[in-house]
Ligand binder design. Structure first.
Ligand code: SF4
Length: 222
C-alpha cells in the first residue's frame, strides 16, 4: 500500500475514533493533510476552533502565520504534510493531556511511517516532547537534531508568536534554516543507505586468471 492509501486509512479510522475523551466535544476530526510524497512532516499540537469546524489543520490565525513562514522560504503548504499530536480539539483550546496524546499516538506513528520523512518539524513543545522528551524549546529551536532514526527540526508553535510578538522574528529566522537542514538530513540518510547496501553486498569476486597468469603459475610448479 502506498503512502497516500496509508494516510487515507488513518484519516478514515480517526474519523470514528473514540479512544480518548476529546471525541466528545469535537465537531470534526482533523487527521492532517498535505503531500503524501513529501519528505517534510510538520507536527503541531491540536486543532483549534477553526480547525475543528473545517476538519483541516492550521487554518486559523496560527495557520496563516505558518503559511507566511513557508512562503518566506519559497515553499507552499501543499509541499509538506501537516498533522497534530491529537486529532480532536481540546476544549477551550487547552493543552492536550498526556493521556490524550498517548491515546492518539498510534495515528501519528502510522502517518510518520507512511511518509518516512527526511525531517520532522516540531511546532511547539508537545510535538517536541514526542521526539526529544528532555529538550527545552528555548535551547534547541532552529537546529537539526537526531532522535532515534529520525531527523527533527524543532520550532516554536506559530500561535506562540501571536501572543508574544518577539517570537515572530525567531520563527522566521528558524524557518530560514529549514532548507539547509533538510538538505543535510537527506544527504545523511543517503549516505547511511549507501553504507548499509555496501555492508550487505558480497566481497567482489577475485579477478579471473588470465592465460599469462596461468603460465606464470605453471612455471612456478617446475
Ligand atoms: S484525539 Fe485522537 S485518540 Fe482522542 S478521540 Fe480524537 S482521534 Fe481518537
Amino acid at each position: 500500500m502506498g503512502a497516500e492509501a496509508l494516510l487515507s486509512a488513518v484519516a478514515d479510522e480517526v474519523s470514528g475514533c473514540t479512544r480518548c475523551p476529546l471525541h466528545v466535544g469535537r465537531t470534526q476530526t482533523v487527521p492532517g493533510e498535505g503531500n503524501p510524497l513529501s519528505d517534510v512532516l510538520m507536527v503541531g499540537e491540536g486543532p483549534g476552533v477553526r480547525e475543528d469546524a473545517t476538519g483541516r489543520p492550521f487554518v486559523g490565525p496560527a495557520g496563516q502565520l505558518l503559511d507566511e513562514l513557508l512562503q518566506s522560504i519559497g515553499w507552499a503548504r501543499e509541499q509538506v504534510f501537516i498533522a497534530n499530536v491529537v486529532k480532536c480539539r481540546p476544549p477551550g483550546n487547552r493543552d492536550p493531556e498526556p493521556e490524550e496524546i498517548s491515546a492518539c499516538r498510534p495515528y501519528l506513528d502510522r502517518q510518520e511511517a507512511a511518509l518516512d520523512p527526511a525531517v520532522t518539524v516540531t511546532l511547539g513543545r508537545h510535538s517536541l516532547r514526542r521526539y526529544l522528551p528532555d529538550a527545552r524549546i528555548g535551547e534547541v529551536h532552529g537546529r537539526l537534531r537526531r532522535s532515534g532514526g529520525r531527523f527533527v527540526f524543532p520550532m516554536y508553535h506559530p500561535a506562540a508568536a501571536l501572543h508574544q510578538s518577539s517570537l515572530r522574528e525567531t520563527l522566521f529566522a528558524d524557518m530560514r534554516g529549514l532548507p539547509a537542514a533538510l538538505l543535510a538530513a537527506r544527504e545523511a540518510i543517503a549516505a547511511e543507505r549507501t553504507e548499509s547496501v555496501q555492508a550487505i553486498l558480497p566481497d567482489p569476486a577475485p579477478p579471473a586468471p588470465t592465460a599469462e597468469s596461468d603460465d606464470a603459475e605453471q612455471m612456478t610448479l617446475f
